[in-house]
Design a protein around this ligand. Structure first.
Ligand code: ATP
Ligand code: MG
Length: 390
């Protein structure tokens, strides 16, 4: 009998021809995580992923944050032999009682067997009976309840052995990192952009985060805040990097050379230009932002169009139609909300004029930035980007 973890990955199996690629991406992500769990080993067999490991709660929690995993079941593996399966069933039931039983409450179960190994001598109902009677006579005080059991003892007879499990940890679902290509996320210290990053990762996008930092207008603490947010996001993709772009020179030039009411739009246009250049360097196919329709004055459709005008790639906005409440709920679940609420200023908050244009016309904005040495500023900003990996 061996302890292991069964990895379930639903949506991938729908992908037909792409399946090997998706499995490979998932396998690589899990291998990366297992570097910190030296006792554990992953195996791919018969369309399933198995992690040979003890039922370590820290590892389970990390796996629940891997895009593409639907659930992970701590399981026991034994030989395809009725006697051994009955022994494993008793052990599984003991563990189920330990983890799921509530004091004073009667613990009930039912057995559910499946066989993909058709040569196995017992049919599923017979195996249910064999397993059920072993558990009932083991002196654990359990009874059967087929309608509303405390736990279902799942028994799967497969070519490579029989697997028994009684519970599972829910995963985040979605698609494995990298299976949808690469993107840049414009990461501010706010509530929205970390949630946008999470949603993009959940759909399989490998992200590179880009933060614009205006030292000394915004201090070290505002940078630390973004670094901490990025570290939380790395739980979903440990390879995600953070690029810090020094933005002060660009902002100062905008203040000096452009009409005040277009400042914010032009600043965002500069962000898009820098992001596009970075995307070319790292092979990203899209730019993600935390923008949301109509949430603040600068996030009108007109404004988005004027900003997107300078992006050489699609600009994608996972939160476009979210209510603030929905975004906050997700931020809390991901674990970025409290960090985002820390009070340090962002480069944009310092920079906002009293009367920004809320519905900028593209031609007017282009005209308003005509004195700005755009190429030179972008070039220098990209050259000085600092990249963090840890
Ligand atoms: P957030 O909560 O993500 O800051 P927001 O609703 O406060 O979003 P804005 O501050 O107007 O909106 O920013 C819109 C988007 O522009 C952000 O979601 C983010 O993607 C990007 N952005 C803003 N400031 C920065 C910055 N300093 N560095 C990188 N990206 C930024
Ligand atoms: Mg913001």
């Amino acid at each position: 009998m061996e302890e292991l973890l069964l990895v379930k990955y639903g949506e991938i199996s729908l992908k037909g021809k792409n399946r090997p690629e998706f499995e490979e991406a998932l396998l690589n992500h899990i291998k990366w995580i297992l570097r910190e769990h030296p006792g554990a080993r992953i195996e791919k067999a018969h369309g399933r992923l198995y992690i040979h490991s003890s039922h370590d709660t820290r590892l389970l929690s990390r796996l629940s944050k891997v895009p593409g995993i639907v659930a992970v079941a701590p399981a026991l593996k034994t030989e395809n032999n009725v006697g051994e399966i009955r022994k494993a069933a008793v052990e599984a039931a003991k563990r189920a009682v330990e983890t799921l039983g509530e004091s004073g409450k009667k613990v009930t179960f039912k057995a559910e067997s499946r066989r993909s190994l058709k040569s196995f001598p017992l049919k599923s109902p017979e195996l249910n009976h064999a397993v059920g009677s072993a558990v009932l006579t083991a002196g654990l005080g359990l009874t059967v309840d087929v309608h509303n059991p405390t736990f279902i003892l799942q028994v799967e007879v497969r070519e490579n052995g029989t697997f028994l499990y009684w519970t599972e940890v829910k995963g985040m679902g979605g698609l494995p990192i990298g299976s949808s290509g690469k993107g840049i996320i414009l990461l501010s210290g706010g509530i929205d952009s970390p949630v946008a990053a999470y949603l993009a990762m959940k759909r399989g996008v490998a992200l590179e985060a880009l933060h614009f930092w205006s030292f000394p207008i915004t201090g070290e603490k505002s940078k630390d805040k973004v670094v901490r947010i990025w570290q939380v996001l790395k739980d979903f993709d440990p390879k995600m990097r953070l690029h810090i772009a020094h933005f002060t020179k660009i902002q100062t030039a905008i203040m000096e050379l452009c009409p005040e009411k277009y400042r914010v739009t032009i600043m965002r246009r500069m962000m898009m230009r820098v992001a596009t250049r970075l995307a070319e360097k790292v092979g990203a196919l899209a730019i993600f932002t935390g923008e949301n329709l109509g949430q603040v004055a600068s996030q009108t459709l007109e404004s988005m169009a004027a900003i997107e005008d300078t992006a050489g790639l699609p600009v994608l906005r996972p939160l476009l139609t979210y209510d603030k409440r929905e975004t906050v709920e997700l931020a809390e679940k991901i674990g970025t909300y409290e960090l985002s609420c820390l009070p340090y200023e962002d480069c944009c908050t310092v920079f906002v004029p009293k009367h920004p244009v809320t519905k900028p016309r593209i031609e007017r904005v282009r005209e308003a930035e005509k004195d700005l040495p755009v190429d030179e500023l972008v070039e220098e900003c990209v050259r000085n980007i600092e990249t963090l990996t840890e």
